[in-house]
Ligand binder design. Structure first.
Ligand SMILES: Nc1ncnc2c1ncn2[C@@H]1O[C@H](COP(=O)(O)OP(=O)(O)O)[C@@H](O)[C@H]1O
Ligand SMILES: [Mg+2]
Length: 335
């Protein structure tokens, strides 16, 4: 059976309906690992749009930046399993303020199946629920709705000294750039004090006392906005796992704010994040202690992401004077 008919059959099963139409391909998944598309299903109360994330690993993985091989392939395969686990076991435990798609089902294949690395994830269409706008850049004010989303998302799962087995089914270390999974990039780095501090930065983040479940790929492209930009929902949970909330915050800010806005407003946005985090925690934990631990980790997390960029794509536009200055501050905190 080909992928297309498999998808249609799976949708028919899940929705107990016979009429399913593919409306459009939204985009190919990163490195050609499948595609994300919009389908229409005819259910009792009429036509309904859904989103299908269909994972079909290529036979010969290729990568936009030239990185290939088992490490990268295994990371991606695991990331889709993590995303499926997250939708099945964690998404429904979020508070209503953390808007994410509803998952209608995940089809995966047994380990002895020839297509065991493929899977199909059926999601509600965020465009249909009022989140139809995508942005590439944000002003400082516009960015706050996402920062609030992150703070509420982080407050949901904040832990003081978590168990080693937590969070089951997700990444033990959330984010796609942490050092243990980026050894090729680390070895490709030119010698510098960022490279010398790489393990210390990583260790500082990994050993923090307060951790939560971070999104792990919280760039602006993974947020869907309402028309007036007052509300936001997030997608793409492939790298969700345990971590310090600062990792999501620094990566998000670098993804959408200009260097000038980062420079002028990072302190304001950090305070805004902490105020939203405290409000969302509702005294469940002592937010003063969390803030005291996490505030310096803002710099460490920024330096840790810069370490990844310097190995992965040293000419990347996100490497700028501001990010380099913040990185030096992060390094001074671990040396
Ligand atoms: N449930 C959804 N509703 C509407 N749009 C979605 C949904 N899921 C994903 N998208 C859109 O498709 C894009 C790609 O999906 P994503 O899961 O981020 O795939 P990738 O892993 O390739 O980045 C998103 O940036 C978003 O614009
Ligand atoms: Mg994405």
């Amino acid at each position: 059976m080909n992928t297309q008919s498999e998808i249609i059959e799976y949708i028919q099963e899940q929705f107990s309906c016979s009429k399913v139409i593919k409306l459009e391909k939204i985009q190919t998944l990163w490195s050609g690992y499948g595609e994300i598309s919009r389908y229409q299903v005819m259910v009792q109360d009429g036509a309904k749009n859904i989103i299908v994330k269909s994972i079909v690993p290529p036979n010969v993985p290729t990568h936009p930046k030239g990185w290939q091989g088992d490490v990268s392939h295994l990371r991606k395969i695991k990331s889709y399993q993590v995303e499926a686990n997250w939708y099945q076991d964690y998404a429904s435990t979020l508070s209503r303020a953390s808007q994410v798609p509803h998952c209608f089902g995940v089809k995966s294949f047994a380990i002895d199946h020839p297509r065991h690395e493929s899977s199909i994830i059926l999601l509600s269409d965020l465009d249909a629920s009022g989140f139809s706008v995508r942005k590439q850049h944000l002003s400082v004010d516009e960015s706050k709705v996402c920062i609030k989303w992150l703070a509420i998302f982080h407050a949901n799962n904040l832990q003081d000294n978590h168990l080693a087995s937590w969070p089951k089914g997700l990444w033990a270390t959330g984010s796609y750039w942490y050092l243990a999974t980026r050894q090729n990039e680390y070895h490709a780095m030119q010698e510098s004090n960022v490279k010398s501090a790489a393990y210390k930065l990583d260790d500082k983040l990994n050993r923090c006392r307060f951790k939560t479940i971070i999104h792990g790929d919280a760039k602006v492209a993974n947020f869907c906005f309402s028309a007036d930009l007052s509300k936001v929902a997030a997608v793409d949970f492939q790298y969700v796992g345990a971590g310090c909330g600062m990792k999501d915050l620094v990566y998000f800010m670098g993804s959408c704010l200009s260097e000038h806005d980062c420079q002028e407003s990072y302190e304001e946005l950090l305070e805004y994040y902490f105020s939203q985090l405290s409000a969302a925690l509702q005294s469940r934990l002592d937010s003063c202690e969390i803030i005291e631990e996490w505030r310096p980790l803002f710099f460490v997390a920024w330096a840790d992401f810069q370490r990844f960029l310097l190995g992965w794509s040293p000419e990347h536009h996100k490497i700028n004077d501001f990010s380099s200055a913040i990185t030096q501050r992060g390094i001074s905190l671990v040396n």
